[in-house]
Design a protein around this ligand. Structure first.
Ligand SMILES: *Cc1c(COP(=O)(O)O)cnc(C)c1O
Length: 333
């Protein structure tokens, strides 16, 4: 029985074409700046997203951390959503390793941060306070896409108040595909962007931080310090390049599969949040544990959250949606 894993879009296996690209990759020592494949990946993303430079790192957590540390000094702070990955899911790294204070604020239902709340949270220049240096946004945020007009307003606010603007774009390409725009339409508003290659894009490892020459120079120093200087990293960068060249447009299939999954679950009587990209959130309440066990026995892997997140990706095929819905229907009976 083939397993359908809906826990995350990080579970994808490299495709045959991607494995071939990895085998064929030209390699060198990237700490010396000599890995031609890493250099190609960094140039590719910097150009595509409209930045001077880019930096390949092992994880999105490191990419965000280096971004925060490159923008902020000891005693600075960043404003961030209460549910944002850069606040809630990165082990407190900015505070622990960067001596940077997070200033979380409650997010809005559409995945944005209310800009009036953001502005009210910026601290005055007073030695009692940490220096507010940066606003960090996330897009997509729990599968929701921030509008371009919102991003323009966030840019205007941060310019006016002298803050930098960072994007945790772990799923930037899901947002771009959903909006039907080149990714640069989104990234043009930001001073730095972190992109995960290992989520829906399907690479096994890797994230990329993009920014100015100076910013990426600082991030490169921090990368070495936190242990992220890799050697023949082109073997994995090749997978990332392959993903960017061949596996972006197909994200639309993940979105339509998520849509069909949501519609099917609604017709089974579940309350399901509106779907925009590749994430489906269904209320399963106290049945979560039993549902997880029932589905696991039938080859469908879920988490056990009452607000159950199911994520579509390149190893969930269109025909799998029917099997998932049949499994849920059998559980309901
Ligand atoms: C997965 C993720 C990250 C971190 O990526 P890792 O490679 O798992 O460290 C950052 N931000 C968001 C929104 C993510 O989903």
């Amino acid at each position: 029985m083939a397993i359908i894993d809906l826990r995350s879009d990080t579970v994808t296996q490299p495709t045959p074409g991607m494995r071939e690209a990895m085998l064929a990759a030209e390699l060198g020592d990237d700490v010396y700046g000599e890995d031609p494949t890493v250099n190609r990946l960094e140039r590719y993303l910097a150009a595509e997203l409209g930045f001077a430079r880019a930096l390949f790192v092992p994880t999105g957590t490191m990419s965000n951390l280096l971004g925060l540390m490159a923008h902020c000094e000891r005693g600075d702070e960043y404003i961030v959503g209460q549910q944002a990955h850069t606040y809630k899911y990165e082990g407190g790294g900015a505070a622990v390793l960067g001596s940077i204070q997070p200033q979380p604020i409650e997010g809005e239902a559409d995945g944005s941060l209310d800009l009036a709340k953001v502005e009210a949270t910026i601290k005055q220049d007073d030695f009692h306070f940490a220096r507010t240096r940066l606003l960090a946004l996330e897009n997509t945020m729990q599968g929701k896409v921030l509008s371009l007009s919102y991003l323009a307003a966030a840019r205007e606010l941060t310019r006016r108040r002298g803050l930098a603007l960072h994007l945790d774009g772990a799923r930037l390409y899901n947002a771009a595909v959903k909006l039907g725009v080149p990714a640069q339409e989104i990234t043009q508003y930001f001073d730095s962007v972190s992109v995960c290659l290992s989520k829906g894009l399907g690479a096994p490892i890797g994230s990329v931080l993009c920014g100015s020459d100076e910013l990426i120079g600082r991030a490169r120093r921090w990368r070495k310090m936190v242990g992220g200087g890799m050697r023949q990293a082109g073997i994995v960068a090749a997978a990332g390049l392959y993903a960017l060249e061949h596996q972006v447009a197909r994200l639309a299939e993940d979105h339509s599969n998520a849509d069909r999954l949501a519609a099917g679950l609604r017709s089974l009587g579940y309350s399901v949040e509106p779907v925009q990209t590749n994430m489906v959130y269904a209320q399963v309440g106290e049945q979560a544990g039993a549902l997880k066990a029932f589905c696991a026995d039938r080859g469908v892997k879920l988490t056990a959250a009452p607000r159950l997140r199911m994520v579509t990706h390149l190893d969930v095929r269109a025909e799998d949606i029917g099997r998932i819905l049949e499994t849920f229907a059998a559980f309901r009976r």
